[in-house]
Design a protein around this ligand. Structure first.
Ligand code: CA
Length: 235
């Protein structure tokens, strides 16, 4: 990350743009503004920004579509900003790869704290892992930890950050039941957004990528009332 983290501020309300640009500058961030969804997609270039602040209600292209677009090219942290009273589906936001969300109106101090937390987490999750196994191979799955690549039956699949972390944790503990609490705590920590469905959504997506028959999972199994387990092959 650069000395002054670069923020792509996607926001169409002028009062917010002005206040945030001034406030974030003072807090040590460089800010580039995109005032509609189309402009955001055009302004975004991987590696050029350290974080994206993304308003949901935007002219030309919705915040959700902008989020999907950016996520298809980069795992840059994205914080979604929604207006008060707007229906926000937290599970959907996480599914399309948002890292966090805040609701307007918010205090600048709160937003900055969230930005810093997300940046810290991102740095940790992308830091090179020394002293750790660089390849995890269990059953049909091969995870290359250093390069964050995942292969299923030899085919590379694209995993989002949390999915990769969740699958890594399950593989490291192959054959062992991982309780919901432990999984949530280890993957999301105190930043777990939304209800308890978030974990299930991630499991469901992993199953859809890994299992031959996702509705009758043979690898990632549910231990009813407890949690999940990655089955030891041949067990
Ligand atoms: Ca807006």
């Amino acid at each position: 990350m650069s000395a002054r983290p670069r923020v792509l501020l996607v926001e169409d309300e002028e009062s917010f743009i002005d206040a945030l640009t001034i406030g974030l500058n003072r807090e040590g961030f460089d800010v580039v503004v995109a005032a509609d969804g189309q402009a955001a997609v055009e302004a975004f270039a991987p590696k050029h920004f350290d974080i994206v602040l993304l308003d949901l209600m935007l002219p030309k292209m919705s915040g959700l579509d902008v989020c999907r677009h950016i996520r298809s090219q980069s795992d840059v942290p994205i914080i979604v900003v929604s207006a008060k009273g707007e229906e926000v589906d937290a599970v959907l936001l996480l599914e399309i790869g948002a890292d966090d969300y805040v609701t307007k109106p918010y205090r600048l101090r709160e937003l900055v704290a969230r930005i810093r937390a997300v940046l810290r987490r991102h740095e940790t999750s992308t830091a090179p892992l020394t002293n750790s196994v660089s390849v995890l191979e269990v059953g049909p799955v091969r995870l290359e930890i250093d390069t964050r690549r995942c292969f299923v039956r030899g085919e590379e699949i694209k995993l989002r950050k949390k999915e990769f972390a969740l699958l890594t944790l399950l593989l490291e503990n192959v054959g062992r039941v991982m309780t919901r609490d432990v999984l949530i705590d280890r993957i999301w920590g105190s930043d777990y957004v939304g209800d308890t469905k978030t974990l299930d959504v991630h499991i469901k997506r992993l199953r859809s990528l890994i299992e031959v028959a996702p509705k009758e999972p043979a690898h990632i199994t549910t231990v009813r009332g407890v949690g999940y387990r990655f089955e030891r092959p041949g067990a």
